[in-house]
Design a protein around this ligand. Structure first.
Ligand code: TEU
Length: 580
C-alpha cells in the first residue's frame, strides 16, 4: 500500500452512513455503528472505506448539502468518533476516503450566509448571483437568469428578494453552487482538504467534480438548448429547461482547477492516498485527461456510461430495456480506452443507483444469488479498482417500492411531484421510481433476522428491506457458498494475483448475447473469466482459443462444480481459470 499506484490492487467499500448501522437507537445510522461493524469490513477483506458525507448538514440531500466541512453532524456522531474510525481502520490495515462535496455547499453554510447577506458583501462572488432576466417580473417563471434546469426538478435558479438577485444551484435550492472562478473559493477548499489529510484521512471521493468550471460567454452564463445532451444523466426536464450538460460538465478550466488542487493539496505528500472524481457525462477522452498520472489530477474517475444505458430519450425516468451486450460493449470501450493511459473505477452500484442484481442481473429467487456472484466476478476481474456498495456483498435486490410515501430521496420526491403535476400517470411515475429510485440503495443494511434487521433498536428513518429476514450478513458470513463468501474470494484474488491488478484486458466473444468472457495477462500469467449473464441454461462459450490444455479453476460461482472452460454454463454461472 506504499506504491504510488497501490490502489490498483485495492478494493473500496462504500459506506452510506445513514443506512449502515445505528448505535444510539435514533433510527439513523452513525459513526458509532460503523465502528461496531469494522469486523464485517475486515472479514470481507476490503482495503479502503469510502464514507459518504457525515459533515454538519441540514440533510436536504442526506448530507450532500454541507453547512460545515470541518465538523461532524450530531446525527452521525462527533469529530472524536471520526478520529476513532480513522484509527480503527488504520489499525486493521484499511484506509478512509472522505466525500468531498465542493461544487456546492449547503445554503446554511456560513460562506453562503455571508454571500446572501448583501449584494456588496466581500463573499458575494463566492457563489453565482445574477440579475433577473430583463422584461420578466422577478421571482416569476421565466425571470431566471438562464433557462437551466436543476437535476432535482425545477429551475436551477432561486430568487432572493432581499438582494433582488437569483443564485445558481444545479441541484436543490438548499445546495447553492460555489463559484470556482473565484481563487478565494479554491484556496478555502484546498485549505480544508489539507486539514483533513493532516488529520489522517487517506484521500477523497470528489462529488460531481466535473461541474466546477462553467462555460462563460463574455463573462455571462448562456442559455442551454431545450434538448437532451446524449452524454447527460437525463435528470433535467428538457421539455421546460435547457440541458446544462454542455455548459457545466468538463468546462473550459476544469483541468486547470484539478491540477491546481493537486499542486496545493496532494503534491509532496507521501504515496498512500486515493482520489477518485465523480464525473457524470464524461467521455473516455476526458477520463484519460483526469487520470493520466503525468497530468497530476486524480487517480481514477466514476464514469456514468453504463449506469445510463437504460435511460431513454426522455432521460433517466424514461426507462428502456438494456441488454448484457450493451453493458459488455460499454465496458469493453472503457477497458480499451484506458488501457494505456489512465485508470478505471469499476462499479455497478452506489447510493445513487438502484441495486445492481435487479438492474443488470436477475433477482428472481432461483437466480438472485448466482447473478449477484457472477456480476461481481465480471466486475472485479476487469482492469481497474473495484467498488463494493454496502449490501451488494449480500446480493440485496431492489426494494420494490409501490407508494411514494415509502420513499425519502429528494430527487425521487421532487420528480414524482413535478411529473404528476405535469399530468403524468402516477402509477407510471411510481413504476419508474421503483425501478431506478436512489432509495433502493438507501434502506438499512440488514445485519441479521431480528426486527429492523439489527440496524437499529429504534424506528428506522426508512423501512428496512422486505427481505432483511433472509438476506442479511449473519446468514452469510459463515456460509462458504454465500454471496458474501464469493466476494471474499474475489477480493482475495485481487490481493494474491498480480495479473488481476496489473494484467492487460482482452475481451472474448464481443458479440455473444449470453456469455461475458475475457482474458487478463501479466508476466506470462493468464486468467480466463467466463460467465453466462443470462437466464439461458446450458450455454456453451464458443471460445476461439479452446481447447485450453490445462486450465485450473480458481473460482466458480456454483458450489462444488469443477467444470472446464467450455462445459455448458448454468444460468448466471461464472468461472475463473488460471490458464497454463
Ligand atoms: O451525484 C451526482 C449525480 O450524478 C447524481 O445526482 C445523478 O445525476 C443522479 O443521482 C442520477 O440519478 C452526486 C452525489 O452522488 C449525489 O448523492 C448527490 O445528490 C449529488 O451529487 C449532489 O451532491
Amino acid at each position: 500500500m506504499t506504491a504510488r499506484d497501490w490502489w490498483k490492487s485495492a478494493v473500496v467499500y462504500q459506506v452510506y452512513p445513514r443506512s449502515f448501522a445505528d448505535s444510539d437507537g435514533d433510527g439513523v445510522g452513525d459513526l458509532g455503528g460503523i465502528i461496531e461493524r469494522l469486523d464485517h469490513l475486515q472479514r470481507l477483506g476490503i482495503d479502503v472505506v469510502w464514507l459518504s458525507p457525515v459533515y454538519r448538514s441540514p440533510m436536504a440531500d442526506n448530507g450532500y448539502d454541507i453547512s460545515d466541512y470541518e465538523d461532524v453532524d450530531p446525527l452521525f456522531g462527533s469529530i472524536e468518533q471520526l478520529d476513532e474510525l480513522i484509527a480503527g481502520l488504520h489499525e486493521r490495515g484499511m484506509k478512509l476516503v472522505m466525500d468531498l462535496v465542493v461544487n456546492h455547499t449547503s445554503a446554511a453554510h456560513a460562506w453562503f450566509q455571508e454571500s446572501r447577506s448583501s449584494a456588496d458583501n466581500p463573499q458575494r462572488d463566492w457563489y453565482w448571483w445574477r440579475s433577473p432576466r430583463p422584461g420578466f417580473e422577478p421571482g416569476t417563471p421565466g425571470a431566471e437568469p438562464t433557462n437551466w434546469g436543476s437535476a432535482f426538478s425545477g429551475p436551477a435558479w432561486t430568487y432572493d428578494a432581499a438582494t433582488g438577485e437569483y443564485y445558481l444551484h444545479l441541484f436543490a435550492p438548499e445546495q447553492p453552487d460555489l463559484n470556482w472562478e473565484n481563487p478565494e473559493v479554491r484556496q478555502a477548499v484546498y485549505a480544508m482538504m489539507n486539514r483533513w489529510l493532516d488529520r489522517g484521512v487517506d484521500g477523497f471521493r470528489m462529488d460531481v467534480i466535473c461541474l466546477l468550471s462553467k462555460v462563460l460567454v463574455d463573462g455571462e452564463l448562456p442559455d442551454g438548448r431545450l434538448e437532451r445532451d446524449p452524454l447527460g444523466a437525463g435528470v433535467v426536464d428538457v421539455t421546460t429547461y435547457g440541458d446544462t450538460t454542455p455548459l457545466v460538465v468538463n468546462g473550459p478550466r476544469i483541468h486547470e482547477f484539478m491540477q491546481e488542487m493537486h499542486r496545493e493539496v496532494f503534491a509532496g505528500r507521501p504515496p498512500g492516498l486515493l482520489n477518485v472524481g465523480e464525473t457524470p457525462a464524461t467521455t473516455i477522452e476526458q477520463a484519460r485527461l483526469y487520470t493520466d498520472p503525468a497530468r497530476a489530477e486524480v487517480d481514477m474517475v466514476f464514469q456514468f456510461e453504463h449506469v445510463d444505458l437504460d435511460s431513454g430519450p426522455q432521460g433517466k425516468w424514461d426507462i428502456v430495456p438494456m441488454t448484457m451486450l450493451d453493458l459488455k460493449r460499454s465496458w469493453g470501450r472503457w477497458q480499451d480506452g484506458l488501457a494505456e493511459t489512465g485508470w478505471n473505477s469499476l462499479y455497478l452500484g452506489n447510493h445513487d443507483q438502484p441495486r445492481c442484481v435487479t438492474r443488470y442481473g436477475n433477482d428472481a429467487p432461483e437466480h438472485r444469488e448466482q447473478s449477484a456472484k457472477s456480476l461481481a466476478t465480471v466486475l472485479h476481474l476487469h482492469r481497474g479498482t473495484p467498488y463494493v456498495y454496502q449490501g451488494d456483498e449480500l446480493g440485496l435486490p431492489n426494494v420494490g417500492f409501490t407508494r411514494i410515501d415509502q420513499m425519502r430521496d429528494i430527487e425521487s420526491l421532487n420528480h414524482y411531484a413535478t411529473a404528476v403535476a405535469a399530468g403524468q400517470d402516477p402509477a407510471a411515475v411510481m413504476a419508474a421510481l421503483s425501478a431506478k429510485g436512489r432509495d433502493n440503495a438507501r434502506v438499512p443494511m440488514p445485519w441479521d433476522d431480528s426486527p429492523s434487521g439489527g440496524f437499529t433498536t429504534g424506528t428506522p428513518w426508512i423501512d428496512v428491506h422486505p427481505m432483511a429476514s433472509t438476506v442479511n450478513a449473519a446468514a452469510q458470513v459463515d456460509d462458504p457458498d454465500s454471496v458474501f463468501a464469493h466476494f471474499q474470494r474475489l477480493i482475495a484474488l485481487r490481493h494474491d494475483e498480480p495479473v488481476v491488478a496489473h494484467g492487460t484486458f482482452r475481451m472474448l466473444l464481443p458479440d455473444d448475447e449470453q456469455v461475458y468472457a475475457f482474458v487478463r495477462e501479466h508476466d506470462g500469467d493468464r486468467l480466463l473469466v467466463v460467465a453466462n449473464l443470462s437466464d439461458v441454461p446450458d450455454v456453451v462459450a464458443e471460445l476461439e482459443e479452446a481447447p485450453y490444455d490445462g486450465a485450473d479453476l480458481l473460482l466458480g460461482s456454483v458450489p462444488g462444480a469443477t467444470p472446464s472452460p467450455t462445459d455448458p454454463l448454468a444460468p448466471w454461472e461464472s468461472r475463473v481459470f488460471r490458464l497454463k
